[in-house]
Design a protein around this ligand. Structure first.
Ligand code: IPD
Ligand code: CA
Ligand code: CA
Ligand code: CA
Length: 297
């Protein structure tokens, strides 16, 4: 256990170093990327900046922890023995990731859409997993030079200062963030019931806003592990409650294209949020089940 503790502390330092180093080219290229490549659909983008950041982070981690696995959104499918990784792997090409030992989960640029359009809301997200459990998280915001970080079971920090979630318990006085929400159902359900629902564009950063109290809850319909692994450690350490859309414990899925819904809140708001989500699902099911059609034509 003492060894694990030591690895976690070193990992926090290295993750911070790697994230800050990756922030430099991101700041330089922000608003002036030349090529935006569309991956799977019109909003799924990657730029040369994502790749530069990925190479910097991978190099820093590998130098310090050569035996650890690295799973990066833009990294090579799995074999890290070579340095050349010009292509971002498709989800289908990713072998499943074993959960034993130490695995780094990296999103070199979270919020590529914002980044490519010159919006400052983007981040670098780096987490260390121990036996599949995220235990160290660092989220760096290049444009504001903010470092959010935590080791599981300890305080969450922003630029070294402790942060915590709010204790607001009334939905109508709370500020919510929606992440990916394909049918807009979170927005339409909660917009009138709360003080507002924001759609900001970096899942990792959304969790840090929850952790530091500038939002009371955040919702993401689908997450990849690299979007949320670091933010999860930070938000939990700051006192957040994190579940799936039904209130079950949120599980980080490393399997192939593992995707999971995430509801994060300050805690007091969680029951009301879950209740409304459930009511929304019921209303949806009712309207989906059209009256039985008659056999006689
Ligand atoms: C995206 C951002 C966005 C979330 C999407 C992610 P990317 O990550 O985190 O906020 O809603 O689901 O894919 O592609 O910019 O790293
Ligand atoms: Ca992406
Ligand atoms: Ca992401
Ligand atoms: Ca990304």
């Amino acid at each position: 256990a003492g060894d694990d503790e030591d690895v976690r502390k070193r990992a926090l330092t290295i993750a911070t170093e790697a994230a800050e180093a990756a922030g430099e080219p991101l700041r330089e290229l922000h608003g002036q990327v030349e090529t935006i490549t569309v991956k799977t659909d019109k909003s799924d983008l990657v730029t040369e900046a994502d790749h530069q950041a990925d190479r910097i982070i991978t190099t820093v981690i590998r130098n310090e922890f050569p035996d650890h696995r690295i799973l990066s959104e833009e990294g090579p499918p799995w074999d890290h023995s070579t340095d050349s990784a010009p292509e971002s792997p498709a989800d289908d090409d990713r072998p499943p990731v074993a959960a034993d030992g130490y695995t780094w989960v990296v999103d070199p640029l979270d919020g590529t859409g914002n980044f490519a359009h010159g919006n400052p809301n983007y981040s670098v997200s780096i987490a260390l997993l121990e036996e599949g459990e995220p235990v160290v998280g660092v989220v760096y915001v290049p444009e504001t030079d903010e470092v959010f970080s935590a080791i599981a079971g300890r305080e969450a920090r922003r630029n070294g200062d402790p942060i915590e979630t709010t204790d607001r318990d009334r939905l109508r006085e709370s500020m919510l963030i929606s992440g990916y929400d394909p049918d807009g159902s979170f927005l339409s359900q909660f917009y009138q019931k709360s003080r507002g629902v924001r759609r900001l564009g970096s899942a990792a950063l959304n969790l840090c806003y929850l952790a530091s109290g500038s939002a009371d809850a955040t919702w993401e319909h689908d997450t990849h592990p690299w979007d949320v692994a670091a933010g999860l450690v930070i938000a939990r350490a700051a006192g957040a409650t994190i579940t799936d859309e039904r209130g079950e414990p949120f599980e980080l899925t490393l399997a192939d294209d593992g995707r999971a819904a995430l509801l994060g809140s300050n805690g007091p708001l969680h029951p009301a949020l879950l209740e409304h989500l459930e009511a929304g699902r019921r209303a949806n099911d009712d309207s989906d089940s059209s009256p039985p059609s008659s056999d006689q034509g």
